[in-house]
Structures are given as structure tokens and as C-alpha cells.
Write a protein that binds this ligand. Structure first.
Ligand code: NAP
Length: 209
């Protein structure tokens, strides 16, 4: 049975998502830079690879891809370019060569128009913008998720895809984002769609059927 490749498995969203995939018996290939960062989970194969190197081999026997990697706030713009933009671009190319049937990209609020975002994260938003554009133009079936600022609370399971006017309300928990990815993966209803994601009032199960 073909697998779902999770790029960014050792990340905070990745580590919440892996047990959900395993619990629903979705065969998973977890890509990490360092295997020691992940516990053993039944049904999850772990493969070491780096987005800054050649990593086409991780796509073998996979039919869907979740890209939830990111260079993070503690690295410089060089890593924003090499991981968030170039790493994503390479992943999309490999996905294309491997006839991947669904590519789910964890992008960001503001990637639609970096000129309107906070100046301090503009290079990051530009990287996300071009990664998203490259995916859209690739012809691969995609879902692009653009969460607001990520929080570590348990989430409410209640969301909105409409951006709140108040910037302080433009937040969503990583757990709710992981649940949304899990639902998108199992439905064709969200193919070739782009969603912003925020804490809101609608159950995830109603928005992401
Ligand atoms: N923070 C926010 O408020 C916010 C808002 C909207 C969207 N996002 C986006 O949401 C996504 C996931 O967020 P998160 O909180 O789960 O991120 P995270 O905890 O920082 O995880 C990032 C993941 O990317 C991996 N990674 C970094 N460089 C890599 C490389 N060269 N090769 C392979 N893997 C690499 C990390 O691996 P290691 O464990 O090896 O470092 C880690 O697994 C990111 O794309 C982020 O840009 C974040």
C-alpha cells in the first residue's frame, strides 16, 4: 500500500500529526534529519533526509505528501531561502516525478500578499508565496493551508477560514492544524483549494468534510 510522506515529522505539527496518521492506519513515511528525534510508532517508517541535500529517494512508494517543514524563527534568511523556498520547490519537483496524487502544503497567513504582512517576516512570506505559486503551477493536486500564528494549546476544534480583523485573533493551535491536515488527506473535497486557518466558531469536521 502506498504511503503518505510527512516532511517535517520532527516539527511541532509533525509530532502531533504522526500519531493521528498511525491511529487511522494510514501508512506513513516520516522524513526527519535525525531519527533520534522521533519515538517509534507502529505503522510509521522513519527515513533520514535533509531538504538542503538530495532527498528524492524518500518519495519511493508514496502517493501523498504533507510539507510541514520550516527553517524556523531562530535561523537566518539563508535558511528561509534554502528550506522554506528551495526545499519546498525540490519537494514539489520530486512529487511531480513520482506522480504524487495529493500535495498538502503548510504555508502561512500572509503568503498571498507579502507586501501586506509584517515587515519583519516579509522574506519568509515571500518564500512561502513562491513555494505556493510553484505548487499551484506544478499541476499536482494540492491543498494549501495558511494558518495564522501557531499556538501550543490544546485547541478548541473550532475554526474559521476567514481572517479576523483583529491581528491578535489571527491565531490557531498546532493541534487543530494537525487535525485539519489529517482530514484534508482523506478527502478529495479540498483538492486545489487554499485555506487560511484561524481559531473560530465552526467545528473542524464541518469545515473540512
Ligand atoms: N510559527 C508560526 O506561527 C507559523 C505560522 C504559520 C505557518 N507556520 C508554518 O508551519 C509549519 C510547521 O510549523 P511547526 O511549528 O511544526 O514548525 P517546527 O516545529 O519549527 O518544525 C519544522 C520542521 O522542519 C524541519 N526542517 C527544518 N529544516 C530542515 C531541513 N533542512 N531538512 C529537513 N527538515 C527540516 C525540522 O526538522 P528538525 O527537527 O531536524 O529541525 C522540523 O521537523 C512551518 O512550515 C511554518 O513555517 C508557522
Amino acid at each position: 500500500m502506498k504511503k503518505t510522506l510527512l516532511i517535517g515529522s520532527s516539527g511541532q505539527i509533525g509530532k502531533l500529526l504522526l500519531p493521528m496518521l498511525a491511529a487511522s492506519e494510514i501508512p506513513t513515511m516520516a522524513m526527519v534529519r535525525d531519527k533520534r528525534k522521533l519515538p517509534e510508532i507502529n505503522g510509521v517508517d522513519v527515513i533520514e533526509a535533509n531538504l538542503e541535500e538530495e532527498f528524492g529517494f524518500v518519495f519511493n512508494n508514496c502517493n501523498s505528501v504533507i510539507f510541514s517543514a520550516g527553517s524556523g524563527a531562530s535561523t537566518g534568511y539563508d535558511k528561509t531561502l534554502l528550506v522554506d523556498l528551495w526545499g519546498a520547490r525540490k519537494a514539489i519537483d520530486y512529487a511531480h516525478s513520482n506522480a504524487i496524487e495529493h500535495f498538502i502544503m503548510v504555508s502561512s497567513r500572509g503568503a498571498d500578499n507579502p507586501d501586506n504582512g509584517p515587515k519583519v517576516i516579509k522574506p519568509y512570506l515571500v518564500a512561502k508565496y513562491f513555494a505556493d505559486e510553484y505548487l499551484i503551477q506544478s499541476g499536482l493536486p494540492y491543498t494549501i493551508l495558511r494558518p495564522g500564528r501557531l499556538t501550543d494549546d490544546d485547541g478548541t476544534g473550532l475554526i474559521t477560514t476567514k481572517r479576523p480583523n483583529d491581528p491578535d485573533k489571527q491565531v490557531i493551535s498546532r493541534l487543530d492544524v494537525a487535525k485539519i491536515i489529517w482530514r484534508c488527506l482523506q478527502s478529495e473535497a479540498h483538492i486545489n483549494k487554499i485555506y487560511e486557518l484561524y481559531k473560530g466558531n465552526a467545528p473542524i469536521s464541518e469545515v473540512f468534510v
